[in-house]
Design a binder for this molecule. Structure first.
Ligand code: PNS
Length: 158
């Protein structure tokens, strides 16, 4: 049984994340998409909204025989991975500039738990360009764009 954790903020989930999950499905029997509960970081969507959106858009991808579930987690990621008996961590690297941060994290996680692995993608740019008015329909699933638009309209009215 090969079980992987795919941890992240997923604020929001992007097509890049979905691509990684889809490719991860070729490698693992089970992937737990784990949304970090981080009260210190200002978020666009709440944890509940992110989990709900993820669950919805995950229905639209080719998961093969892989079981893909969504959970939220807090605390140390390697600890959570151990609790779930996961043998790998999936992360996405979008550009060389991501690599330094990713490498640091991977090395620290390996130190904490030597039997874990990885791949990664950050959503920060998508959020930034959207808030600056760019079209993001090629970057995120239609549901995410719709939910972002709705949320922006609501906060503009408030
Ligand atoms: O999508 P993100 O924000 O880049 O994801 C970062 C995440 C959630 C993978 C990372 O912050 C994390 O694992 N946080 C949990 C706390 C932890 O284990 N920190 C030590 C990392 S070496």
């Amino acid at each position: 049984m090969r079980r992987a954790i795919y941890p992240g903020s997923f604020d929001p989930v992007t097509n890049g994340h979905l691509d990684i999950i889809q490719r991860g499905c070729k490698l693992f029997d089970e992937i737990i998409v784990a949304v970090l509960v981080n009260p210190e970081k200002e978020a666009f969507f709440t944890i509940e909204e992110r989990c709900e959106i993820l669950t919805e858009v995950l229905k639209t991808i080719d998961r093969r025989d892989c079981r893909v579930t969504v959970e939220s987690f807090g605390g140390l990621m390697v600890q959570y991975a151990a609790e779930r008996s996961a043998n790998a961590i999936v992360r996405g690297i979008r550009a060389i500039s991501d690599y330094e941060y990713e490498l640091q994290m991977a090395l620290m996680n390996r130190r904490l738990r030597p039997d874990l692995e990885t791949v990664f993608i950050s959503s920060r740019l998508v959020k930034e360009v959207f808030q600056l008015g760019a079209h993001i329909s090629e970057l995120v699933p239609p549901l995410v764009e719709e939910r972002m638009r709705k949320k922006n309209e609501l906060s503009a009215r408030a």
